[in-house]
Design a protein around this ligand. Structure first.
Ligand code: FES
Ligand SMILES: [Fe+2]
Length: 445
């Protein structure tokens, strides 16, 4: 990987200062130099989501994943411990495992046949002693471990920086809100099906920012939902609720029912789960959860979630909620691979789990209506950010985008029951400004 460095500190400082004024220079959406800086200063230093424990429940279960360009073999070893290795053989670097997932006790490299066990130990070398001699020490050629591996609510994260702060410190107050999404029931959530993947010609910041801080787009981008009668006509319907700005660029949005519209508590989740919410959540967490219709947000830099209430296909079927986590994996300055997991409460009834899955497929699955709306727009944003005018880095040139919504005008809620700074509307650029300010600070660090 070529190192970045062609972006001067002065330029980055001017970008940061503009962000603080609610202005974002458009060139950051497609500039290859800033992309290289992001890889080194953000993606190699932050915790990256690899998968959920429920994807590898048995010893020998494995899945293959990516941390941007680092291939990862994530597995449960024969002692039941979760391990993550660089999925690249220590002999000549071939990918060791080319399957998406499965169960194996050993992994044999397709190139020259070296074999490793689930502990990463090299246990088989074709013609070993004859070609390398008796003194060949196999223990020196074990698989390389991903430097850091930690878990919260069964969510497995890796980090390439051995010096990074622990995962819980990195998440900070976001953990309080993830308890509501992932830790509300006795046995937590499980992944249903396999993660879906698709490629979008966009920049990773655009999707992170859209999920993290932009309910303002819903009335227009998802206008077909209004025209079909499945979303309210009120152009402010996406504004009801709260934006919670959290440390380190994270954000959490709780959208609530419009005034006068009765929605079931707890996103209409089956009542059999409610006693579990009482057991597992604090009263303050329940008070936030009770009024939520949609929970959506981004864990800086590129892990987002959306938990809305959506139809399942039939005209008479009730709205059903789901939890969808997604990684916006950068492939280039103008390309991402989306990895999308559907999660459900393990303790939910089977018919609810199935309805939840269908609700996800129709809305935010790879061919879902809402997903298509977003993909199309994000692609066009990058397309229109490549030209001379949008790419002009002259600090005096007028090529900034508008992140001014609510700046100095909307005041935080003073009796918010949870951590973070909560604002009494979802139509606000507070989370986006905090996301980009943190982004600029990391590039400057
Ligand atoms: S590259 Fe794996 S055995 Fe040679
Ligand atoms: Fe959207």
């Amino acid at each position: 990987m070529e190192r970045g460095g062609t972006i001067s500190r002065d330029l980055l400082e001017s970008v940061r200062d503009k962000i603080r004024q609610g202005l974002l220079p458009q060139w950051v959406f497609s500039d290859p130099d800033i992309y290289r800086e992001e890889l080194h200063k953000i993606f190699y230093r932050t915790w990256q989501f690899l998968g959920h424990e429920s994807e590898i429940p048995q010893p020998g279960d494995f899945v293959t994943r990516w941390m941007v360009y680092d291939p990862v073999l994530l597995l449960r070893d024969t002692d039941g411990q979760v391990q993550a290795y660089l999925n690249s053989c220590t002999h000549r670097g071939s990918p060791l495992c080319v399957e998406d997932g499965g169960n194996k006790k050993t992994f044999t490299c397709p190139y020259h046949g070296w074999t490793f066990n689930t502990k990463g130990e090299l246990i088989g070398v074709i013609a070993g002693n004859k070609v390398y001699g008796e003194e060949f020490d196999r223990s020196e050629w074990a698989l390389r471990k991903i430097p850091r591996l930690e878990m919260v609510h069964g969510m497995i994260f890796g980090c390439l920086d051995p010096q990074a702060p622990p995962l819980l410190e990195f998440l900070g107050d976001l953990k309080w809100y993830w308890d509501i999404l992932l830790g509300r029931t006795d046995h937590g959530v499980e992944v249903r099906g396999v993660p879906h993947r698709w490629v979008i010609r966009t920049n990773w910041k655009i999707s992170s920012d859209n999920f993290g801080g932009d309910p303002y787009h819903t009335a227009m981008t998802h206008r077909s939902a209004v025209e079909l009668g499945i979303a309210p006509k009120d152009p402010l319907y996406g504004s009801y609720g709260y934006q919670v700005v959290l440390d380190r660029g994270h954000g959490f949005i709780i959208s609530t029912a419009p005034p006068g519209l009765q929605m079931p508590p707890y996103q209409g989740l089956p009542e059999v789960l409610w006693p579990e919410f009482e057991r597992n959540l604090l009263p303050a967490q329940r008070s936030v959860f009770q009024k939520a219709v949609v929970m959506v947000g981004t864990c800086f830099p590129n892990l987002s979630w959306v938990s809305p209430m959506h139809g399942t296909g039939g005209p008479d079927e009730p709205l059903t909620t789901f939890i969808n986590f997604r990684v916006w994996r950068p492939l280039a300055a103008n390309r991402i691979e989306v990895w999308s997991w559907l999660m459900v409460d393990k303790d939910a009834p089977e018919d609810f789990k199935e309805a939840s899955y269908r609700s996800y497929i129709g809305s935010f699955g790879p061919a879902g209506t809402l997903e298509q709306d977003d993909c199309e727009i994000w692609t066009r944003v990058v397309e229109s950010s490549r030209g001379f005018m949008a790419q002009n880095k002259d600090v005096n040139y007028n090529n900034v985008l508008n992140y001014l919504m609510g700046l100095d005008r909307v005041k935080p809620v003073d009796d918010w029951p949870g951590p973070g700074v909560a604002y009494p509307t979802c139509f606000l650029d507070a989370i986006s400004r905090s996301f980009y300010e943190h982004w600029a600070e990391m590039l400057l660090a």
